[in-house]
Design a protein around this ligand. Structure first.
Ligand code: SF4
Length: 309
């Protein structure tokens, strides 16, 4: 009797469609494990921007939040960029609106605007240079200007100010709900339970949390730090999914996550939404030419400056 072929798994279907459509899948470090496993590249915002600028495939499927998919489009206007879940909008990026940014620029006309990459394409058109958590200190330090408007993450801006003493950094009252919810008591409790563990936190955390850390790193910085460390245990003060990659790359080491440190927006993308997006090559990221032209300038400046850790 002929064998009935088993139903193709969602993963197999995605891999087949990827070939058929000449697509590449880029995924952020906070994506679900099954998405990270089938991505061609997994990284942080800066790594993904750099990767997006080098893509040769005709289609980019971006598994991350809205501003990341927009950045991929800005850097590849001629390519089809698909964002499998357009509702996956970063709440921090939504805290900075174009009108408000124009208003604060009017108030401080001689200030330069440094914008975290976690902002909309529209806001990027009003920025001098972008930064990520891995190079924010390096980007701000590279400017000769004394007054800097830093948007939208207040915690990251305060962290930068610790190292850049000769500038007045005007902060925007934005924050990442996931990192801002990490409390000093949670770190203290974990440290008490695991006294030998090294505490690494993300600069989007509150200053009181940063004060308790042994190291402050972007997600990619954490990966490098853990790899280079001769320690065995680590408390990871960022979104819990980073631990999936950390464990995969360092099976002999032990990681403790912060209870509740989950970004629900990052989890909106599923295998089904990726399969559907590849099938239909939609929903696509569409931006007008003027927005692309203007938003590309601060993004490219950031990429020229490169990593800071
Ligand atoms: S972790 Fe924070 S900054 Fe990153 S996408 Fe989620 S809400 Fe936005």
């Amino acid at each position: 009797m002929p064998r009935i072929p088993e139903k193709m798994s969602e993963r197999e279907r995605i891999l087949e469609l990827k070939k058929e459509k000449n697509a590449v899948i880029l995924a952020h470090n906070y994506q679900r494990p099954e998405i990270q496993d089938l991505a061609d590249f997994v990284g942080d915002s800066l790594g993904l921007s750099i990767q997006a600028s080098k893509v040769e495939a005709e289609v980019i499927v971006f598994c991350g939040v809205d501003f990341m998919a927009e950045s991929a489009k800005i850097l590849n206007p001629q390519k089809i960029v698909v964002h499998p879940e357009p509702k996956a909008r970063c709440p921090m990026a939504a805290m900075c609106e174009l009108e408000g940014l124009i208003e604060i620029k009017r108030k401080y006309p001689s200030a330069k605007v440094v914008g975290y990459v976690n902002t909309t394409a529209a806001c990027k058109t009003e920025m001098d240079v972008c930064c990520t958590s891995s190079n924010a200190v390096k980007v701000v330090s590279s400017l000769h200007d004394k007054e800097i408007i830093f948007v939208p993450d207040e915690n990251l801006g305060r962290y930068v100010q610790r190292f850049v003493k000769d500038k007045n950094i005007i902060l925007w009252p934005g924050f990442c709900p996931t990192h801002n919810a990490i409390k000093p008591d949670q770190i203290k409790r974990l440290k008490k339970a695991h006294p030998d563990a090294v505490v690494i936190v993300h600069p989007e955390c509150r200053p009181e949390v940063i004060d308790l850390a042994d190291a402050v790193k972007s997600t990619e910085g954490m990966i490098k730090f853990v790899k280079a460390s001769d320690k065995r245990e680590f408390i990871i003060g960022t979104e819990k999914e980073l631990i999936y990659r950390l464990k995969k790359e360092n099976p002999e080491k032990i990681f403790y996550s912060i209870p509740g440190a989950i970004c629900p927006t990052m989890k909106m993308i599923t295998l089904s939404s990726v399969a559907k997006a590849l099938e239909n090559l939609a929903p696509r990221v569409e931006l007008d030419e003027e927005t692309i032209r203007k938003a590309k300038i601060p993004l490219e400046r950031m990429m020229e400056i490169g990593r800071g850790d």
